[in-house]
Ligand binder design. Sequence first.
Ligand SMILES: C[S@@+](CC[C@H](N)C(=O)[O-])C[C@H]1O[C@@H](n2cnc3c(N)ncnc32)[C@H](O)[C@@H]1O
Length: 295
Amino acid sequence: MKYEQTLFLADNWKDYALLDSGDGMKLERFASQTVIRPDPQAFWRPNKPVKSWKADAWFDAKAGDDERGEWRRLNPKAPDTWPMEWNGIRFEARRTPFRHMGVFQEHAVHWAFAQEQLKKSGHPANVLNLFGYTGLMSLACAQAGAEVVHLDASPKSNGFGKDAQSLSDLDDRTIRWIADDAMKFVAREQRRGNQYDAIILDPPKFGRGTKNETWRFEEDLPGLLDGVASLLVKKPLFVILTAYAVRLSHIALAQALGDRMESLGGRIEMGEMALPEEKTGRMLPTSICARWRAD
Ligand SMILES: C[S@@+](CC[C@H](N)C(=O)[O-])C[C@H]1O[C@@H](n2cnc3c(N)ncnc32)[C@H](O)[C@@H]1O
């Protein structure tokens, strides 16, 4: 297996921009709305003092909780949801109590990659998107002509994905929105003999399936990767594996994936995912990735 060090930089946005970062905070624009959120990775000095940042809302993190907190409106007229677009994929952005805005904008680098690979393949592909949440990757694949199975434990998130499918005029595309536990679904697909040309997985550090099954990244990933590899067609197109807030390095991710793809040849790109900061050229790291492709 060939391994290559890569920087996965999501620099393909019009509707999103990282405006400034530093002193543990970041200032971002999501289409019409600007927000201030804490980010422990933003370790450096901000371009302008955080106190001088202007935004529509800021996120007040709950002490001792990495994820949760409350939004404070700085602009009383700031809407609860508002339209946002990436490359013709339209969706409603929103301020969630889990700190995010209904979009994981750093993944746009993989949406573009998936579209490029699917179009290049020249045949209609079957794609499985595990832990798919917002559904934006599923929509990107469908937009590029793939039939998609989108899976997430949260039925509510599947609702957001379906809404975005309609907003994006992709209702004529086949996307099966499934609420299930990822491990159980993969085992079931193995028994049914279903196969996929490409698989994407973005598992959380810790999660719960539909029947309260626990997911622990470091413990459960090897078993899931075995299952994922067995669901691939003989000549698959790609596999994308991403991870947030785990103690593993991207090298560990890549080699775990590489083991399962060895017989197929191809290559693995591995590295950090990051967002470019407007004007300064600095980067805000977000997550790590290992991405296999056939060519
Ligand atoms: C990091 S988010 C994925 C974000 C996604 N890449 C996107 O762009 O929208 C992780 C998702 O995994 C889901 N999840 C957690 N445990 C799960 C499980 N056992 N089976 C299926 N999905 C699970 C959560 O509901 C959550 O939506």
